[in-house]
Design a protein around this ligand. Sequence first.
Ligand SMILES: [Ca+2]
Length: 311
Amino acid sequence: MHYLGRIPMTFAAGAVLLATLTGGAGAGPPIPSQSDHALLSDARLAEASSLSDLASTKIAETQTPPANAPRQHTFRDCSQCPEMVEIPAGRFMMGSTDGDNDEKPAHEVTIAKPFAIGKFEVTFDEWGACAADGGCMPNTKPDDYEWGRGRRPVINISWNDSQTYLAWLSQKTGKTYRLLTEAEWEYAARAGTTTKFAFGDEITHEQAQFSYGKPGVGQTVEVGTFAPNAWGLYDMHGNVWEWVQDCYYINYVQAPNDGSAFDPPPGCIYRSLRGGSWDYAPYDIRSAARYKLPASTKLEETGLRVARSLE
Ligand SMILES: [Ca+2]
């Protein structure tokens, strides 16, 4: 991903710290250090690539329910809460056979139970409601770069900040709001499709907010500016990167296949983000594309989308 070249040097220090933290013995399954990653990934990705042909075939056979399934029920738990869309149980092939190494191996994931997902990225208005009610400390008024607030997606949100919004939302509604798992995010982004985007293998500036090939200085647009995917979800491609629950790992060799998050002890430096943002190229906003940042990092292109389980 081209953005990696723009990561500040402090992130490199974080990588060293990660290697240090994960190098020692501890409870639970060991997490390979960054220095182990090359050896591990070479061996396992060779194995993974041998499965790629099989995966390519299975991808077309696995996706359920199909993209043309009936539109899901929507609801809102309070007047200022994000509008939610019920997503059906199903199974799909997560990852890709021809993308970056961190998208491999493509693997089948089963989502056993329906869940609810935000119809849109969380907006400045919604974040403001949290702050006005005493929540979302200390990032109560994230910088909008004078692009405008209202129904634009909230930006300058770290993974840690996202937890303050989810805690407020859960307290206000009595429901357990959370981030999507990375598997749930991709399942919802694909919406029954097996193509690079929910709209096919190409994407245009009439379908999503991304900067590549577009004149002028990029920025976010109001949520819902473009048409939704087949399951009624907006801006899964582009606009802002969306934090997910998972601890980022360099490939899917250890990825769970039940839709749960990969989040092993003893801790996590990098959290995953999905969907790309207004500042990216089509390749980086594909359904399978992944990104990572330290949990405390906030940028002009990091936001969130909420989820909650259905009783
Ligand atoms: Ca997005």
